[in-house]
Write a protein that binds this ligand. Structure first.
Ligand SMILES: *[C@@H]1O[C@H](CO)[C@@H](O)[C@H](O)[C@H]1NC(C)=O
Ligand SMILES: *[C@@H]1O[C@H](CO)[C@@H](O)[C@H](O)[C@H]1NC(C)=O
Ligand SMILES: *[C@@H]1O[C@H](CO)[C@@H](O)[C@H](O)[C@H]1NC(C)=O
Ligand SMILES: *[C@@H]1O[C@H](CO)[C@@H](O)[C@H](O)[C@H]1NC(C)=O
Ligand SMILES: *[C@@H]1O[C@H](CO)[C@@H](O)[C@H](O)[C@H]1NC(C)=O
Ligand SMILES: *[C@@H]1O[C@H](CO)[C@@H](O)[C@H](O)[C@H]1NC(C)=O
Ligand SMILES: *[C@@H]1O[C@H](CO)[C@@H](O)[C@H](O)[C@H]1NC(C)=O
Ligand SMILES: *[C@@H]1O[C@H](CO)[C@@H](O)[C@H](O)[C@H]1NC(C)=O
Ligand SMILES: *[C@@H]1O[C@H](CO)[C@@H](O)[C@H](O)[C@H]1NC(C)=O
Ligand SMILES: *[C@@H]1O[C@H](CO)[C@@H](O)[C@H](O)[C@H]1NC(C)=O
Ligand SMILES: *[C@@H]1O[C@H](CO)[C@@H](O)[C@H](O)[C@H]1NC(C)=O
Ligand SMILES: *[C@@H]1O[C@H](CO)[C@@H](O)[C@H](O)[C@H]1NC(C)=O
Length: 499
């Protein structure tokens, strides 16, 4: 037994000069045993190696210092299915640099870790920890990455959080944190990434958050933040992603908003109470790929300057009060034909009026989602729309569009979702309607019979034809639609011979 132990110690000691003298009753070992004791379930048996026949520096998930034998530098047991609490004794691993207990089932509170002065990484994400984030955690002055994502933590973000001067990454999102965003964050001058979204934070966004010089990602969405967005945020030229969606933010955006956001790629401000015009200067943020401003109260025209954004991939301005009521107002569409990376154009529920300009067909072939429902569009669908061969979804529902749809589908070979419901479309349903997954034609004036070719749409899962003037027999080929889960043929003049 003794021989084995010495052998194991020697094995562990290869390359670690002098470590064979490390006693196995040090504070670090006692701390680890304390940690093990608090584990109530170890489904993968990872802690079975944590026994005295092996030196603790060789226990699974434990790393020790080569320079200071017997001192634990890392405890990494991510994703091991462990349940239980995090023992207070972890707070005695004073040489530890990294503690990663993420993706387990730890519950209870975060222990007192203020003595871990060398700790650079603390990752407790994806657990069910509750209670508060202890203020004393801000004593871990060497912390570079703090990740508490997805727990049940409550209470305030520690007001002295700014004492973590070396922090580059902080993620407190998906918890139940309340109170305000501490202004002391401004002291963390190296900060690159800050995730606070999906909590219950309130108050306004501190002006001080505009003082970071290395920040690349700021995500504060899905909280209860209110007031105006501080103009200082728009000076953060290192910012690549700004996510403020689903808060109670109001006011207008500054006209020079885009002038300094030279690295911004993704802008999310949807589901707030923002008003006024969308600043034309947004086009000066020339790296922009995603602009998502849906569900606000923006008014005025959609700026034509957006056509300068050569990387623009998603423009989502749905559910605002944006207007296009004359040639001038529709010019944005011409401009967007220059955005050769555009994939999503979503303008549902605004105040777009009149005939859709023919230029719609000259949007790039990269376009996959064209969403214009809930406006007051009238006239016919421009035939040029058939050029948009990349379209997967076309939504023109809830407008006053008329004419037939015979020519519509021809070239739209990739179309899967077609929403034309609640318009004044007339004529028959064409026999070649593409290979759709969802077809919505209800509340129009379609006549004639349902083409039997509908049975060829093997992918069709939703078919809504209700409230039209269809007649004749229901084609038996409908029975071929094995994927069909929703079918509405109501309020027509069909003969009910359901196949
Ligand atoms: C460890 O064990 C040695 C020898 O048994 C003993 O002298 C020492 O006091 C112990 N240290 C601790 C911290 O228990
Ligand atoms: C100690 O851990 C080693 C390595 O996992 C294992 O082979 C051994 O059976 C364990 N001993 C005890 C007493 O559990
Ligand atoms: C931490 O270490 C000290 C000194 O070795 C000891 O007195 C204390 O009980 C330890 N705390 C825990 C929670 O293990
Ligand atoms: C923390 O752990 C999670 C899951 O194990 C991982 O996805 C995440 O990147 C880690 N955080 C940091 C800052 O390394
Ligand atoms: C987590 O622990 C709870 C009880 O503490 C248990 O009901 C649940 O099944 C555990 N989940 C996993 C994924 O181990
Ligand atoms: C945390 O740091 C402060 C200031 O350096 C000090 O006064 C306090 O005692 C420390 N707290 C703990 C628990 O170490
Ligand atoms: C968050 O806190 C609120 C009130 O403080 C509570 O009602 C709610 O259940 C909590 N949510 C979670 C997921 O713990
Ligand atoms: C938009 O403005 C109208 C009228 O000013 C107001 O009733 C509505 O609540 C606002 N909507 C949002 C999302 O702010
Ligand atoms: C047309 O749109 C412009 C720009 O938003 C607006 O100023 C004007 O009042 C609108 N005119 C009508 C008749 O709605
Ligand atoms: C598209 O870009 C070209 C070349 O930069 C420019 O000449 C043209 O005016 C732009 N078109 C629109 C509609 O903005
Ligand atoms: C429709 O698409 C499915 C799946 O891609 C394919 O199997 C089927 O042959 C297509 N049908 C027609 C009529 O193109
Ligand atoms: C389409 O459906 C019609 C009528 O059901 C049938 O005669 C024809 O063979 C089908 N075409 C294809 C390509 O499946």
């Amino acid at each position: 037994m003794l021989v084995l132990k010495v052998l194991l110690l020697l094995l562990y000691c290869v390359g670690n000069i002098g470590c064979s003298t490390v006693p196995d009753n040090t504070t670090d070992m006692l701390s680890l045993l304390g940690f093990k004791e608090a584990i109530t379930n170890d489904p993968l048996g990872v802690l079975s190696s944590w026994n005295k026949s092996i030196h603790f520096c060789s226990w699974k998930g434990v790393w020790c210092s080569p320079k200071h034998p017997g001192r634990v530098t890392a405890l990494n047991l991510a994703g091991q299915g462990l349940s239980g609490t995090i023992a207070a004794s972890v707070g005695n691993l004073t040489s530890v640099r990294s503690v990663d207990l993420s993706s387990n089932n730890f519950s209870g509170q975060i222990p007192h870790l203020a003595n871990l002065q060398k700790m650079q990484v603390l990752n407790l994400s994806f657990n069910t920890l509750d209670g508060i984030i202890p203020d004393t955690l801000t004593n871990c002055s060497n912390m570079r990455k703090l990740d508490l994502y997805t727990n049940l933590l409550e209470g305030a973000i520690p007001p002295p959080i700014g004492r973590l001067r070396n922090l580059v990454y902080i993620d407190l999102s998906r918890n139940n944190l309340t109170g305000i965003i501490p202004a002391s964050l401004k002291n963390i001058s190296l900060l690159e990434t800050i995730y606070l979204q999906r909590n219950q934070l309130e108050g306004s966004i501190p002006d001080e958050l505009g003082q970071f010089s290395n920040i690349s990602l700021m995500a504060l969405g899905a909280n209860r933040l209110s007031g105006n967005i501080p103009a200082s945020l728009f000076n953060l030229s290192s910012l690549q992603v700004l996510e403020l969606r689903a808060n109670l933010l109001g006011g207008t955006l500054p006209t020079n908003m885009g002038d300094h956001l030279t690295n911004l790629r993704e802008l999310y401000m949807g589901h707030n109470m923002l008003e006024g015009h969308i600043p034309a200067s947004l086009s000066n943020a020339s790296m922009l790929e995603y602009i998502v401003l849906q569900s606000n109260n923006f008014t005025g025209r959609i700026p034509t300057s957006l056509g300068k954004l050569s990387r623009l991939s998603k423009l989502d301005l749905q559910l605002n009060m944006l207007e296009a009521n004359d040639t001038e107002g529709w010019k944005f569409l011409d401009a967007l034909t220059n955005c050769t990376a555009l994939e999503v154009l979503a303008l549902t529920a605004n105040q777009l009026q009149g005939v859709i300009p023919n230029s719609i067909g000259f949007l790039p072939s990269t376009l996959q989602y064209l969403i214009l429902g809930g406006n007051t569009l009238s006239g016919i669908i421009p035939p040029s729309i058939g050029n948009l061969s990349g379209l997967i979804l076309l939504a023109l529902d809830e407008n006053s569009l008329a004419g037939t749809i015979d020519q519509l589908i021809g070239n739209l070979k990739n179309l899967q979702y077609l929403h034309l419901e609640e318009n004044n479309f007339a004529g028959t349903i064409p026999p070649t309607i593409g290979n759709l997954t969802e077809l919505y034609l209800m509340k129009n004036d379609f006549i004639g019979s349902i083409p039997s070719t509908v049975g060829n749409l093997t992918r069709l899962s939703w078919l809504y034809l209700g409230k039209n003037k269809l007649q004749g027999l229901i084609p038996t080929s409908l029975g071929n639609l094995k994927q069909l889960t929703r079918l509405d043929l109501s309020d027509n003049n069909l003969q009910y011979n359901m196949p």
